[in-house]
Design a protein around this ligand. Structure first.
Ligand SMILES: Cc1cc2nc3c(=O)[nH]c(=O)nc-3n(C[C@H](O)[C@H](O)[C@H](O)COP(=O)(O)OP(=O)(O)OC[C@H]3O[C@@H](n4cnc5c(N)ncnc54)[C@H](O)[C@@H]3O)c2cc1C
Length: 658
């Protein structure tokens, strides 16, 4: 008699705990199912597969759309492979397995289903995690007055898969399990969610509970359907017997092989950087170890200091470091909330746990905002094209953003490279920015504080198209998640949902505040090790003699790529500057028509209003430090972020925060 099989197709849900796919495949509605086949497909659209001998790609290389960076850089590729093999081990320990294949997800899956059917098996259904951005998006075409519909990339793939499976008589079932708050539990229709974070958060916080309880791990596991014979394995690239046996290192080697180009260091190919703030391997096992360590190790455990340490830069203990695990679904957000609840219960303290929940709501906020605004997540004018079309029109005028001229070859001299290139290389000459970029390039991680600073520097100081930054992060970050990355970038660039679009960071002040002894800069820019602490954030003000004395020749730019007047007050650390010229996003709010004129002038090759574009953001500074008001609500300490490091979202009267 043929086997009755359910196929669970895994993407960013590579875990045993709280996995609705595995739960559904084993639950009572499938009591007559005899086998479960878990499948993972390395999809050529997201990960470059040309390093596998004999692999024939169907589509183009897995590169980002605008800048052509590898979509999955070396650190994330390693992290992913580690996680996939970790899940495979866990499944094998339970008598199951994980089938690994390479290609296009919809094609590979359908081929496996066909092979099962040809073998006389009955395929009951294929189960898949629904990605949040799986929806149809309607856009009005202004010129033609027509409504045009776009598929998100995820929806396009899901539709193709559903169609191909239907043709062989098999249904696809999807489950929503990426956000903490299930879509059906939202206190508003997803398309009517509040545009701004604070009202979104407040509505969610009024729910009776934050997220559903996690699903248990199925026990026992239904057996894995072995192929008819070793000589006839399940189809698809990867069926090759050698690949099956060579394992993780071989797969990794093939994935890393093509990932060498100008801005991609040999990152990841040599394993973990000892200095990294994220020293973990990928997978559910390390994720659970981290959770355990963070919530239980020591008395009190690290979670007890989250609020005070979350803006740290060095070492792994300063924040939860759960984002990379969340991005691949190695850990479920509901399990994190369970750990938070248990901690609250045990220690009767909600101070720190509140702030972790708060941050997790930022994650949900960006996930749902991406769903609401669809393709606007990736457009130059961002969400603002829908929320404030007039502002968006100003900010999408030609000349508003500078571009990276990719045809211009590298000149090999730092101070002559294009500003975009200096930013990517971590050679802007502004140590706090460069140290963060070095950390990203050499470890695949960067703190939230660092991300805000380098993003602000690229978009507000250098005025470069923010999508370059988003794509660079997409390529390099191990915790890359589309909605959270692009949403945060748009937010900082002033085209997202930040009610205060003028948010701008002063990297000298930020360096003084968050790296007061220069330890962080010295860790990632060892060539600056000998620079005295009072000059470590602004080495350009050293005399020539001192610069040459402290910094090895040619190892660091003599001058920063840009110097803002507002930084000067912080060279001598006299405290925060009160002066400031509004940055251009602020001007866009107040002086839209003037800037429109300026943009037009720039297009004609003139300097707008006699001001060079480089100085238009002069003086703007945002510290981003916490200004929180804590109130008691329902017996729980709640905190209002007037302005917080991750973009508190609350309106504030101060133009520049100290
Ligand atoms: C320009 C920019 C790009 C970013 N790109 C990503 C990305 O691709 N993927 C990603 O997961 N996060 C991204 N973030 C958000 C944030 O920087 C990281 O989630 C955070 O640094 C991860 O470290 P952690 O897990 O120790 O965070 P913690 O401080 O411990 O926070 C706990 C969790 O809350 C969530 N969280 C915290 N801050 C934010 C935030 N600002 N937005 C959304 N969720 C948040 C994360 O899931 C995080 O794991 C980006 C932020 C900026 C400014």
């Amino acid at each position: 008699m043929g086997r009755k099989v359910v196929l669970t197709l895994h993407r960013n849900d590579l875990r045993m705990h709280d996995n609705e796919l595995l739960h559904a495949a084993h639950d009572s509605s499938h009591s007559d199912v005899t086998h479960v086949l878990p499948l993972y497909v390395f999809d050529e659209r997201f990960v470059e597969l040309s390093g596998f001998p004999g692999y024939e790609r169907e589509g183009p290389e897995a590169r980002t759309r605008l800048c052509g960076f590898w979509r999955t850089g070396a650190f994330r590729a390693r992290f992913l492979v580690e996680g996939v093999y970790d899940m495979r081990t866990s499944l094998r320990q339970r008598g199951s397995d994980l089938l690994l294949r390479f290609g296009k997800m919809e094609k590979v899956t359908t081929d496996v289903v066909k092979a099962l059917i040809a073998n006389g098996d009955e395929v009951r259904e294929v189960i898949l995690q629904k990605e949040v951005r799986t929806f149809l998006h309607t856009v009005m075409d202004g010129a033609k007055g027509l409504a045009r519909q776009f598929y998100t990339e995820e929806l396009a793939i899901e539709r193709k898969l559903r169609k191909a499976l239907r043709e062989v008589g098999v249904e696809l079932r999807t489950f929503d399990q990426v956000p903490l708050i299930h879509v059906n539990d939202l206190p508003f229709a997803p398309e009517a969610m509040p545009d701004v974070f604070t009202p979104f958060r407040k509505r969610i916080e009024n729910l009776p509970r934050l997220g559903r309880p996690p699903f248990p791990i199925p026990s026992p596991f239904k057996p894995y359907p072995r192929p008819p014979s070793d000589s006839q394995p399940w189809p698809g690239y990867g069926a090759h017997i050698e690949l099956e046996h060579r394992g993780l290192e071989y797969v990794l080697h093939c994935l890393l092989r093509p990932l060498q180009d100008t801005f991609q260091l040999r990152a990841g190919s040599e394993g973990k950087n000892q200095k990294s703030a994220f020293p973990y391997a990928g997978g559910e096992t390390p994720a659970l170890e981290r959770l355990e360590w963070y919530f239980k190790e020591g008395n009190p455990p690290p979670v007890a200091r989250y609020k005070e340490t979350r803006n740290g830069l060095l070492g792994h203990s300063y924040s939860t470091k759960l984002s990379p695990f969340l991005a691949f679904g190695f850990i479920s957000p509901r399990l994190i909330v369970k750990a938070l609840d248990e901690y609250d219960e045990k220690f009767r303290s909600t101070q720190n746990t509140y702030w972790i929940r708060f941050e997790l709501l930022w994650r949900d906020y960006f996930l749902y905002a991406a769903r609401k605004f669809g393709s606007k997540l990736f457009t130059l004018g961002g969400f603002e094209e829908r929320t404030d079309p007039k502002q968006a029109a100003i900010k999408t005028q030609p000349g508003w953003w500078k571009q990276w001229d990719q045809d211009q070859p590298l000149v090999g001299q730092t101070d002559k490279e294009q500003p975009a290139v200096r930013w990517m290389q971590g050679k802007t000459g502004v140590p706090f920015v460069d140290a963060n970029m070095a950390e990203l390039r050499e470890s695949g991680f960067m703190s939230n504080r660092g991300r805000q600073n380098v993003a602000s520097f690229l978009t507000k100081d250098l005025q470069i198209d923010w999508r370059l930054g988003a794509e660079f992060f997409e390529s390099h970050l191990i915790d890359y998640e589309p909605s959270n990355n692009w949403g945060n970038w748009a937010y900082i660039a002033g085209v997202g949902n930040d009610p205060r679009a003028s948010r701008q960071f002063n990297p000298v002040k930020q360096g003084n505040d968050y790296d007061p002894y220069g330890d962080y800069v010295r860790t990632w820019l060892p060539q600056l090790s000998a620079v005295p602490t009072n000059r470590i954030q602004c080495p350009w003000i050293l005399s020539d003699a001192d610069f040459n004395k402290y910094i090895p020749k040619g190892s660091y730019p003599r001058k920063p790529v840009i110097e803002q007047p507002g930084w000067k007050a912080h060279y001598t650390r006299r405290g925060p500057s009160k002066q400031g010229v509004p940055n251009r996003n602020e001007r866009a709010k107040n002086l839209g028509p003037v800037i429109l004129g300026a943009a037009a002038a720039r297009e004609q090759g003139k300097k707008p209003n006699g001001v060079s574009t480089a100085t238009q953001t002069a003086g703007g500074e945002t510290d981003g430090s916490s200004r929180r008001r804590e109130t008691k609500l329902n017996g729980i300490v709640r905190a209002e972020a007037k302005q917080n490091g991750s973009g508190g979202g609350g309106a504030t009267k101060a133009r520049y925060l100290e």
